[in-house]
Design a protein around this ligand. Structure first.
Ligand code: BGC
Length: 353
């Protein structure tokens, strides 16, 4: 009996072991199919490599881009990598996204001249690349999507000329030379200055868009301001710091200021009269269109409605651009408030009445 019992137990345990083995076997087969299914389900992955979030507009760019991707394809996702203004970090992050085999790469480059090798690596891995807002030079990207940056500079120049430049001299506190947009904005601005016989007294390229560096430069050149009518600031973030620096030097209101991006503070200054103008660039539209194109590229489709090209130094690349709009006291309601870019109460916060 005992023996039989033992045998039964042995048999039972053998059966159990077999059962477990079969189940485990089935389990692993199931797991692998599950894994394949999960990967199938994962959908398109877009790698978005950005310079930094210091300047107000970029959070909006990222948010709208990610939301639009989700709207177009609920299974798609965006892997955002923020380089915090460091070109080497950006290179590492782009390489990481290539290694992850994202379906498409969207890049806001820090150094327009410094990424052609990585774009080539991406292309070799079959990953299309979109240069977002800033052109990546000599790289043959699949799409460059931005604003007409030369026009941004022209708008700054035209508004300054309209406001009156009695002394005929301006100072430029531009963005960094590594940002391709900067040379475009400068050339638009300088053209208008030349056509109107305005002299560029001095020009400074702000490293990495760090506004405090522009302020340091200004503090070292305050005496130059005696015969300067205006300071062209490369963006509103620089304008904010420069206006603060001018008031510390008791020069507030004496020098005309321009910027771009329509940052909230800049819009407030425009209605208060302490900044002549800013440039509104509808970044929501830029981000929405870029998201649409990113999905088209990830799906291997031909890009629709991109009929223009731009030379990147070596190649003519597809170029989609949006027109920028000058914002002054006179049109801020139509351009900024009606478009929903900022709300009236905030823009007019410091203005009585
Ligand atoms: C963009 C500006 C922005 C600046 C700093 C430029 O490339 O055109 O809109 O303010 O970068 O982030």
């Amino acid at each position: 009996m005992i023996y039989i019992c033992k045998n039964n137990r042995k048999l039972l345990s053998l059966l159990m072991t077999l059962l477990i083995l079969v189940m485990t076997g089935c389990g692993s087969a199931d797991k692998s199919t599950e894994k394949v299914k999960e990967e199938d389900k994962k959908g398109i992955v877009i790698g978005l490599s950005i310079d930094s979030l210091v300047v107000e507009r970029w959070q909006r760019d990222c948010d709208v881009f990610a939301a639009t991707v989700q709207e177009y394809d609920k299974d798609a996702s965006v892997n955002i990598q923020n380089a915090n203004g460091d070109a080497e970090t950006q290179r590492e992050q782009i390489r990481y996204l290539i290694d992850k085999r994202v379906d498409v790469l969207v890049i806001v480059c820090i150094d327009s001249e410094g990424l052609s090798d990585l774009v080539e690596e991406a292309h070799n891995a079959g990953i299309p690349v979109i240069a977002y807002d800033r052109l990546i030079r000599n790289s043959d990207v699949d799409l460059y999507i931005s604003f007409d940056n030369e026009r941004v500079g022209e708008l700054m120049g035209e508004e300054l000329v309209r406001s009156g430049l009695e002394k005929g001299n301006v100072m430029m506190l531009a963005g960094p030379e590594e940002d391709n947009n900067v040379s475009l904005v400068n050339s638009g601005f300088e053209k208008v200055m030349k056509d109107n016989n305005v002299n560029i007294k001095s020009k400074y390229y702000t490293p990495n868009w760090k506004a405090e560096e522009a302020a340091n430069y200004l503090n070292d050149h305050l005496t130059e301001l005696d015969d300067v009518d205006a300071i062209m600031c490369g963006n509103d973030n620089i304008a904010t710091t420069i206006i603060r620096t001018l008031s510390e030097a008791r020069l507030a209101g004496k020098i005309k200021i321009t910027g771009q991006d329509a940052d909230l503070e800049a819009c407030q200054r425009v209605v208060e009269g302490t900044q002549v103008m800013t440039v509104y660039k509808p970044v929501e539209k830029l981000a929405q269109v870029a998201a649409d194109y990113a999905i088209q590229l990830a799906e291997g489709k031909e890009l629709k409605d991109v009929n223009v090209t731009i030379n990147d130094g070596s190649f003519d690349v597809p170029y989609y651009y949006i027109e920028p709009i000058a914002v002054t006291k006179d049109n801020i309601d139509e351009t900024i408030i009606e478009s929903g870019f900022h709300v009236r109460d905030e823009v007019y916060m410091n203005v009585l009445d």
